[in-house]
Design a protein around this ligand. Structure first.
Ligand code: PEP
Ligand code: MG
Length: 759
């Protein structure tokens, strides 16, 4: 059964459009279940009716014509109850409604299962049989499993249809809305440019071209290149392989012939598809055919075709490498955006970012916030390979993307973009003003940095210090560990640019989702694995080089503070302190005259919350990493879009933990700051100020917004809001009561467009 299921899903997945996908579903499910009818009804969101979209067994002429409201018929009942319905004789059921045009009167038994995607009913899958009989448990379970697996495929095919005009019958290209999670606030209207990781055939987008001859030529050159490589490879292995083994290369060469794969790709290019897209399509069809075969040997051949496809693609991409065209308002789209990709778009052309994978807490989103680029992450339903060149709207506040927007929507969003520009100008004027509440509470606002670009931005925005310098960022853009001297130069630049303001340098925090290409860490559960201080304590040579570089870099400036990430207990802190003292002794022995800098500990693991007092006694300051603390307290992966709606730093458990940390740190007479993304949320910042945090550290983009907000709210009012927030047990209630209170204070400006996701 499992095998049948897998095969059907695979076949449906490779269908070129929704109609074909549904056709395959009804045919294969009917076969697999030995029923006489299988039909799919999809809910049309515009009319709110379940429409018969495909059938095997009923009259095909009724496809697209027969439909029913949710309160009509058995299909409507399955859809509204969101449960399967298994009837021996459908006609006996009070909700039975008979549609003459389908010819279904012949069929007595009925089994229907809802098709649900992300909690939303998208349709109903039905099988019917002539004889009266109750479908057995196994059949019911199969249909339910089938429909659960198909829900995503159908949603995907529907979305593709709306984008490329291959959707429901008779409907062309339409505006479509995709929901992800907010990555970086702001709105953008622009054109999508799909960026691919090198030579990944599966993600090549469709693209129509005018100059077909040029594409054909590109493809011929690629063919020639691969042929030549194969011949060379075969010759090179002549001494190691027997002639029959080398025959594999002949098979490859044959596959490239005009009469085989090569010829098929050429035919597709002639229809106007670009060479890379044609290659993906043809290779995909061949691979699917092979993978569906029962014979192990033939199934294995799929990987040969894939390999050949990748080789051809590498040639095609090489030829194209220089020719990616970025419009003035580029919205960069990728399956998984990487920091390196951001750097590829020429300055001033990038207006928005869209990533299928990742969430608002991924590091690329953190960079986007630092750069002030509206971003939506986790758009798992976006058929991203189909969107190249189309118009798109990115709503980084709500975490939504619209493709092919209507005139009305485009106008609406263009106005938001313009409003934002004006708002930003207004906020610039705040730069020289202190962050002080109307009743006189002074709240220092610091910045988080990593890239060099952050330095200038932070200074423009009036930062009062660096609360978190993520040293892994310069490590991530290198090809090997930077030497002590190289690190010294990088750190010196940070310290000197902000001098005399303090700069808090965090020791290397790799692992989790922060990988160094030259130090790969492969783990089943990386966020609970070898991360942060655990790595550097196991590699004292890395830790010592880094802290020595920091200390030397601070000579004569003395504005360095050292921060330790991912501390889960006193033993780790003691070991790290011991190493820092050792490094300090060494650099002083070498003649560098530096005082011992303040050392702090990050509170980002629940264990540290409960040991705040003990940790505080041994350090000079504490800094809460609310990104990880929220992740670990709520057991919600900060990068997983499926659970992104559960990730909430206004959850009562998080608020209580933060309150405890401040109380306990102050109890030991130690200052405590917060440097997670929460601090950059203007509404959340009010609560943090009320808790008593000594400074808030955030991305430079949000700093003026937070300053604007705190300059309007009295500390006494902030305290009232905190008492109220802490009294609620439900995160939603906390969000809405905070929102209401700010609206009543006339502060809606910063919680409409321009604010973070909190409200
Ligand atoms: C945090 O966890 O809140 C934090 C500031 O560190 P990072 O986001 O770099 O893990
Ligand atoms: Mg962290």
């Amino acid at each position: 059964m499992l095998n049948t299921l897998r095969k059907i899903v695979q076949e449906v997945n490779s269908a070129k459009d929704l109609k074909t996908a549904l056709g395959i579903i009804v045919l294969r499910v009917k076969e697999a279940m030995g029923s006489q009818v299988c039909s799919v009804y999809l809910l049309d969101p515009e009319t709110n009716r379940f429409v018969l979209m495909a059938t095997e067994g009923l009259n095909k002429r009724s496809i697209g014509k027969v439909s029913m409201a949710p309160n009509e018929g058995l299909v409507g009942l399955v859809g509204t109850r969101e449960e399967p319905l298994n009837l021996e004789n459908a006609a006996d059921h009070p909700r039975y409604r008979y549609f003459a045009e389908t010819g279904e009167e012949k069929f007595a038994s009925f089994l229907g299962a809802p098709i649900i995607h992300h909690r939303r009913v998208v349709g109903v899958l039905v099988i019917q049989q002539k004889e009266r009989r109750q479908f057995d448990e196994g059949e019911e379970a199969f249909l339910v499993t089938m429909s659960a697996q198909l829900a995503g495929v159908i949603a995907h095919a529907e979305a593709t249809g709306s984008i490329r005009g291959l959707g429901r019958q008779g409907k062309g290209i339409q505006e479509a809305r995709f929901v992800g999670v907010p990555g970086s606030p702001g709105a953008a209207v622009g054109r999508a440019v799909v960026m691919l990781p090198p030579a990944d055939l599966e993600v090549v987008p469709d693209k129509t071209v005018d100059d077909i001859d040029a594409e054909l030529k590109l493809f011929q050159n690629a063919l020639e290149g691969v042929r030549e490589d194969m011949r060379k490879l075969s010759a090179k292995l002549a001494t190691q392989l027997r002639p029959e083994e080398r025959a594999l290369f002949d098979v490859y060469l044959m596959m490239l012939e005009d009469a085989a794969l090569g010829g098929e790709v050429i035919e597709v290019i002639k229809t106007g598809q670009w060479a890379q897209g044609a290659l993906r399509q043809v290779v995909g069809e061949h691979v699917n055919r092979f993978e569906l075969m029962d014979d192990d040997y033939l199934r294995e051949r799929a990987s040969d075709v894939k390999d050949l496809g990748r080789r051809l693609l590498a040639y095609l991409q090489e030829a194209r490498a220089q020719s990616l065209v970025y419009a003035d308002n580029t919205i960069l789209v990728s399956e998984e955006l990487t920091p390196a990709m951001l750097g590829e778009v020429p300055e001033g052309k990038l207006v928005g970012l869209v990533s299928v994978l990742g969430s608002g807490n991924s590091h690329v989103a953190i960079l986007a916030r630092a750069m002030g680029i509206p971003t939506v992450m986790g758009l798992v339903d976006l058929p991203y390979s189909k969107v190249d060149g189309i118009e798109m709207i990115v709503d980084g506040y709500k975490g939504e993307v619209f493709t092919n927007p209507s005139e009305v929507l485009r106008k609406q969003y263009s106005e938001v973009v313009e409003e934002e520009r004006q708002l930003a100008q207004g906020l610039d004027a705040l730069r020289e003003l202190p962050c002080v509440t109307p009743d006189g509470h002074r709240m220092p606002l610091w910045v988080n940095t990593g890239l060099l670009a952050d330095v200038a931005r932070a200074q423009q925005r009036g930062a009062e210090g660096v609360g978190l310098y993520r040293t892994e960022v310069p490590f991530m853009i290198q090809q090997r560990f930077p030497s002590e001297k190289e690190q010294l130069a990088i750190y010196r630049e940070q310290l000197a640019s902000f001098h005399p303001l303090p700069v808090t340098m965090r020791t290397l925090d790799i692992g989790g989702d922060k990988a160094l290409s030259y130090f790969p860490i492969k783990e089943e559960n990386p966020f609970l694995g070898w991360r942060g201080i655990r790595v550097t304590l196991d590699h004292p040579e890395i830790f010592l080089v880094q802290t020595r570089a920091m200390l030397k870099a601070s000579e004569g400036l003395n504005n360095l503070r050292i921060l330790l990430p991912m501390i889960s207990g006193i033993h780790e802190l003691e070991e790290a302190l011991h190493l820092i003292h050792r490094a300090w002794g060494e650099v002083r022995d070498e003649g560098t005259d530096v005082p011992m800098p303040p050392v702090g500990v990050m509170v980002e693991i629940p264990a540290a919350v409960y040991q705040t007092k003990e940790l505080a006694r041994q350090v000079d300051f504490l800094s809460v990493g609310s990104n990880d603390l929220t992740q670990y307290l709520l057991a919600v992966d900060r990068n997983n879009p499926r659970v992104a709606d559960l990730y909430d730093y206004l959850h009562p458990a998080v608020l209580q933990a933060l309150n405890t940390v401040v109380r306990d740190a102050h109890g030991e007479g130690k200052p405590v700051s917060i440097c997670g993304e929460m601090a950059g949320d203007p509404a959340a910042a009010i609560l943090l100020m009320a808790m008593g945090f000594d400074s808030l550290s955030m991305n430079a983009t949000n700093l003026p917004k937070v300053k604007w907000m705190l300059r309007q709210v009295n500390m006494s009012k902030a305290k009232e809001l905190l008492v109220e927030a802490l009294s609620h047990d439900n995160p939603q209630v906390i969000h809405s009561s905070l929102q209401l209170a700010l609206k009543n204070l006339g502060l809606a400006r910063m919680i409409g467009p321009g604010a973070n996701k909190t409200l």
